[in-house]
Design a protein around this ligand. Structure first.
Ligand code: ATP
Length: 269
């Protein structure tokens, strides 16, 4: 359905500053996409072939979508987000034409990044009716990916947390030929992520975000969990202030973060 909102593509407002950690991955995208869009002549002169697609995989909520948006922003490129299952229409022929239209729209809006979330939905094969649709969509997607390299200006980033389901045909050279693992954040990355989410919020001076992020309690939290932690603490700050008659200024205290942390469970086990 979202595909029918014709022309929906724009430059995202997510920047590198919104992405905590993931420095090596940022570097890959700078080399393969951002600089290529900004200085195509260098890549032509040095005969560097374009990658058709880059596939990000790893647990949910660790920044796959975020980094893809930041790539488009940094490159000044349009961004189209499409979830694999949205391409599967019940009507014969419609799914393939949706795929064709998607790439056409991207070419019209070039430079453009297409972000395919849940790519595995297009590749879980089955013998049933749904399986036949998947096969046709996959075939059309392969045709489009094969064409991307010869049509500069369209960049494809895929994402999945079920890499084991991905059809091998999608991973052949000239298609998603680079796969990158986006893991749960390390201790250093947790500090970077919490700091990112603290950026536009008032936090008490005695709050030690560094120690908090490195503590055992944050050990298995994803980027998305850490974002919720900060948001819940912010809500607790509002609530406490209201209960005290709205007389104090609004800021997040260590106690709010502690309470929020005690209520959060890692979403990835
Ligand atoms: P999914 O597999 O569920 O699509 P994802 O890996 O694409 O997950 P995102 O959508 O990028 O995850 O992250 C969800 C939210 O979690 C982001 O909007 C952001 O608030 C927060 N987040 C995740 N990773 C990071 C990060 N590295 N830095 C800052 N915030 C992050």
């Amino acid at each position: 359905p979202s595909l029918r909102r014709e022309g929906f593509s724009s430059i995202p407002d997510v920047t590198w500053d919104d992405v905590g950690g993931l420095n090596l991955i940022k570097e890959v995208f700078v080399d393969d996409i951002v600089e290529r869009i900004k200085h195509p002549e260098d890549y032509e002169e040095m005969r560097i072939r374009m990658k058709a697609g880059i596939l990000l995989f790893g647990p949910p909520g660790c920044g796959k979508t975020l980094i893809a948006q930041a790539v488009a922003n940094e490159a000044g490129a349009n961004f189209i987000l499409i979830k694999g299952p949205e391409l599967l229409s019940k009507y014969v022929g419609e799914s393939e034409s949706e795929v064709r239209k998607l790439f056409m729209r991207a070419r019209v809006n070039a430079p453009c990044v297409i972000f395919f979330d849940e790519v595995h939905a297009l590749t879980a094969r089955g013998g049933n009716e749904g399986g036949a649709v998947v096969e046709r969509v996959l075939a059309q997607l392969l045709i489009e990916l094969d064409g991307v390299v010869s049509r500069e200006g369209v960049y494809v980033i895929g994402a999945t947390n079920r890499i084991e389901l991905i059809d091998e045909a999608l991973l052949r050279p000239g298609r998603f030929d680079k796969t990158i693992y986006v893991p749960l954040p390390s201790a250093d990355e947790r500090v970077a992520i919490l700091t990112t989410h603290a950026r536009n919020r008032t936090i008490d001076a005695d709050v030690d975000l560094d120690a908090l992020a490195r503590s055992d309690k944050c050990k298995n939290l994803s980027g998305s969990d850490l974002a919720s932690l900060m948001e819940e603490a912010a809500k607790l700050a509002i609530k406490e202030r209201r209960q005290l008659g709205n007389k104090t200024s609004l800021s997040i205290k260590a106690s709010h973060l502690e309470l929020a942390l005690s209520q959060i469970k890692p979403s990835v086990s």
